[in-house]
Ligand binder design. Structure first.
Ligand code: FAD
Length: 591
């Protein structure tokens, strides 16, 4: 049966059925085995060496990376014709998730397999791909991605690194400086972004670290991910052969942005692995530690924390795999037109830019929440460098900063959705205007005798209506100037994220109903999640409305937002206790 697939951002105005979404429970045997191989690798090669890695041992990290390449883990995203295993996007995300439990190894591994390798696969010429990709896919070469400069971080196109064609026309002479480069200490290849002559936009180059004039700085002293090499790189009259220009002249900024979409969405999967480990560490500790003559896992306050960790994690996971499958299907369609897996993949990922930014922000903040509660559940031991949760707390923080800061990504969530709607991908503005003009009649629409799932779907639909009201109101007040009203954009982004994740959770649990005998604990999760989300959507809507509406209009809109975010009260204490009790009984995250 045909699946209904929404375009990026279209979830704001359209719905899909549970049967239309992919859920982690759909993983096949091969996917489960690949995930198990990644877990086995972490157990055998990474965890026993964690203390040495933490000393920023470049040689050791390089060895472990190479070993993961020899075992085939680096070739998952690379098509077979270039020496990889050509796995689906869902499988790539599952590998990103599983390796995400590997602390700084995970950062080094993901930088190599993602931003270090894939720009060449996606944008390289046949010769460039044949020359570099098979060796990157096995770990014979290790890769880095060099965009950030001292003066060019979030404003990535403002870099000063410069390339000039040599007099004989055979080389570009590269001069400049990059900073915060992951894997800099041992990478063999670098994808470097620089402006040719006085170009307005960047171009991209494949630079080999062995080229004369490439100088690698010492590693930065970092708060976390201490095992990953992060350093500055200097380019002093480096002669880069003209055939190493990646893509066309001036195409570098587009390449950089597309690769960031890919990095973001994979980060959304990556944080799931770290979060699952932190939840398991939390419950195991809570099941061992006794105070006041009892295991601390028996205390309601600890159960509340454990359940909150589970609910946020399970909900984020639902959103991650929902969009991953949408991307897979779009890759298949695009490949029919262009015949090239690499190009089709990056176009499909870039299409889902709204969801990529949502997963990046939501996932990184989910992990920070879970890591923080994991430390708290461990009490004083959570503050000890002997414990994995202490490392998790420090390591998780970077996820809100790299692959575009969460501030930049929040702006992108709204900006990209609005641009896609303006392009005609879906009718956002017409629906928003109609709703706004009818604001007096909005009630939130309680339906007599509606089923459990119909009621939850109505709540999610109401969240969407709240967003549309705010978008129309904000556009009406600020016009094109809305893009300068970042506080309001943040409010709208927060509502969009909560709504996408709530809906993904709802669709997953509705599907689970036909797959599992007893879904009561999953319904508890949905109850708790929607109850909490309603509060976030309501607060964000109120903040936005008071920021753009005059007093009379604000009163009407606030009443509508209030009605649209009203959900039935539930016994959150019991719901959370039941979720926690399953976790406590399983003694690890097994949802
Ligand atoms: C450990 C680590 C590894 C990294 N790895 C790599 C790598 O491999 N390759 C690479 O190229 N880069 C890498 N980076 C760089 C990273 O991507 C940048 O640090 C990030 O993009 C932010 O840039 P910045 O540090 O210059 O911060 P800034 O851009 O100076 O931002 C400072 C603050 O201002 C906010 N801000 C900036 N602009 C706006 C705006 N328009 N609106 C609202 N708020 C704004 C930011 O959100 C942030 O809170 C890495 C960084 C770290 C720390």
């Amino acid at each position: 049966m045909e699946r209904k697939i929404l375009k990026s951002g279209e979830f704001l105005v359209s719905n899909v059925e549970p049967k239309d979404v992919f859920i982690p429970e759909d993983f096949n045997e091969e996917q489960r085995m690949i995930a198990q191989s990644c877990r086995d690798f972490l157990e055998a090669e990474v965890y026993p060496r964690m203390a040495d890695l933490e000393k920023c041992d470049r040689v050791l990290m390089k060895q472990i990376l190479k070993k993961s390449g020899e075992l085939g883990l680096m070739g998952i995203s690379v098509p077979e014709e270039f020496g990889g295993f050509g796995q689906s996007f869902v499988t790539q995300m599952l590998v990103a998730e599983t390796t995400g439990a590997g602390f700084s190894f995970s950062v080094a591994f993901m930088a190599h397999c993602g931003i270090g390798t894939l720009p060449i696969l996606y944008y390289g010429s046949r010769e460039q791909r044949e020359r570099y990709v098979p060796r990157l896919a096995t770990g014979e070469l290790l890769g880095a991605y060099c965009l950030t400069e001292p003066g060019a971080g979030s404003d990535a196109n403002s870099g000063k690194t410069n390339a000039k064609l040599s007099e004989d026309g055979n080389h570009y002479i590269l001069n400049g400086q990059k900073m915060w480069i992951t894997n800099a200490g041992f990478a063999d290849t670098q994808v470097v972004f620089a402006k040719i002559d006085n170009d307005r936009v960047l171009s991209a180059f494949i630079v080999e670290s062995s080229m004369p004039g490439v100088v690698i700085g010492p590693d930065e002293h970092k708060m976390g991910i201490k095992g990953s090499s992060t350093a500055q790189i200097y380019y002093n009259d480096v002669k880069v052969p003209v055939e190493n220009l990646l893509g066309k002249r001036g195409e570098g900024f587009r390449i950089a942005l597309s690769i960031l979409h890919m990095g973001r969405i994979k980060l959304g999967a990556n944080v799931l692995g770290a979060a699952k480990k932190a939840v398991t560490d939390s419950v195991r500790y809570a099941n061992e530690r006794k105070q006041f003559g009892m295991l601390i896992s028996a205390f309601g306050a600890i159960k509340h924390k454990l359940a909150s960790q589970v609910v946020k994690l399970f909900a984020t996971e639902s959103a991650v795999y929902r969009v991953s499958k949408d991307i897979d299907d779009l890759i298949v369609n695009l490949k029919k037109d262009c015949g090239d897996t690499g190009r089709a993949t990056i176009e499909a990922i870039s299409h889902y830019a709204v969801e990529a930014a949502i997963l990046k922000v939501f996932g990184s903040e989910m992990l920070d929440f879970i890591a923080d509660e994991a430390v708290q559940i461990h009490g004083g031991m959570g503050y000890s460098a002997e414990m994995d949760v202490e490392r998790c707390y420090r390591d998780s923080r970077i996820n809100r900063i790299f692959e575009g800061t969460n501030e930049i990504n929040r702006l992108l969530v709204v900006d990209t959705a609005m641009k896609r709607a303006m392009k005609g991908d879906f009718d956002l503005f017409g629906k928003a205007e109609a709703l706004y003009n009818d604001v007096d009649n909005i009630t939130g629409g309680k339906v007599r005798g509606e089923s459990y799932f119909a009621e939850k779907a109505r709540y999610v639909d109401n969240f969407k209506q709240t967003i549309l009201l705010c978008i129309h109101g904000a556009v009406k007040t600020f016009g094109k100037g809305l893009m300068n009203e970042q506080e309001v954009l943040n409010n709208i982004a927060d509502m969009m994220m909560e709504t996408y994740v709530s809906e993904s959770l709802l669709l997953r649990i509705a599907r689970l109903e036909s797959m599992k005998e007893d879904i009561s604990v999953y319904r508890d999760m949905l109850d708790v999640y929607i109850y909490d989300s309603a509060e976030t959507v309501r607060k964000s809507a109120f903040d936005a409305i008071y920021s753009f509406a005059d007093e009379d209009k604000a009163a009407l809109l606030i009443k509508a937002a209030d009605d649209l975010t009203r959900v039935k009260g539930i016994n959150v204490k019991f719901a959370r206790r039941r979720i926690a009790d399953k976790l406590i009984e399983d003694n690890s995250y097994k949802f």
